[in-house]
Design a protein around this ligand. Sequence first.
Ligand SMILES: Cc1ncc(COP(=O)(O)O)c(C=O)c1O
Length: 363
Amino acid sequence: MSAYNRVYNFSAGPSVLPLPVLEKVRDELLNYDGSGQSVMEMSHRSSEFKKIAQEAEQNLRELMNIPDNYKVLFLQGGGTLQFSMVPMNLLRNTKKADYVLTGTWAKKAYKEACRFGDIKVVASSEDDTFTWVPKIKKEDIREDADYVYITTNNTIYGTAYNYVPETGDIPLVADMSSNILSEPVDVSKFGIIWAGAQKNVGPAGMTIVIIREDLIGHAGEEVPAYLDYKIHADNDSMYNTPPCFAIYVAGEVFKHIKATGGLDAMQKRNREKAAKLYEYIDSSELYKCPVAKEDRSIMNVVFVTGNADLDKKFVAEAKAKGLVNLAGHRSIGGMRASIYNAMPMEGVEALIEFMKEFEAANK
Ligand SMILES: Cc1ncc(COP(=O)(O)O)c(C=O)c1O
């Protein structure tokens, strides 16, 4: 337990937020910056809110070093709506797109895209329960594909790309829902980067879309207004009422990341946390991480004891000690420790301490 009797929360999302941000939001909840109102009560057209949204975008641009020829959109509909918006906007020439299947979310994106065009699976690790990430080469991709789609971090299976696939002139689209802002990325290598907010960014309800300008404006006439990126780009994400409170909290998270050293420092901390946990798991006799070493996520660490009843006992006893949400996804069981940006090293150390005790007691 830490300040305010808060637990160490290993939830995969919505997940832990930085405490200083929560404290600031609390302090500003009833009267934001002398406006006499809560951000929850503010018109999205007010000068106060416009400033909040503009600053949030500017800080995200600085953090990720987003080039000027990319638009940043703050949308609703969760990550799931992007499974549809991407094909509806990007199947603009041949209506072909190539997908890499690395887990449940990639598969859902693929299935949704199949409703709109000629979609090919160019690589998959499904036969090995998604325990590794395929290496994609340019030759694997159809020359006339409208885009290539990847999921950079696979929240459920605990894998991550350790490289950016080379796709030449074909736009690369990446779902970064569970690792955005965890480390620096070269945005210019991507056509679209999108991410649901509820892991490293802020509360659920907002989706960030970073899109290269030439990919905007290709939705067909039949595409509903809300699902057309151009509508949002032309209206600075204010075509309709945006997720105001989520944008505000995300903006505070961006400021906090900047103030704590930006993405280089974040990457260093995240790597240290993950290395410590994986090192312990690999050295233990009870726990096993099924993921190929070179493809391990630094955000979601999955492990098992090999005995489903013991796994359940682990999760229950950990919870009693204030280490919560350690159950693996309902589809695969086992354990999963999501150690996103806001999980402090002390949380990881407390988890390892508990794992040692549990191992000693259950030999
Ligand atoms: C990698 C990834 N993509 C997409 C989604 C779906 O996001 P949402 O629940 O916001 O629709 C999730 C949810 O956890 C995810 O982890």
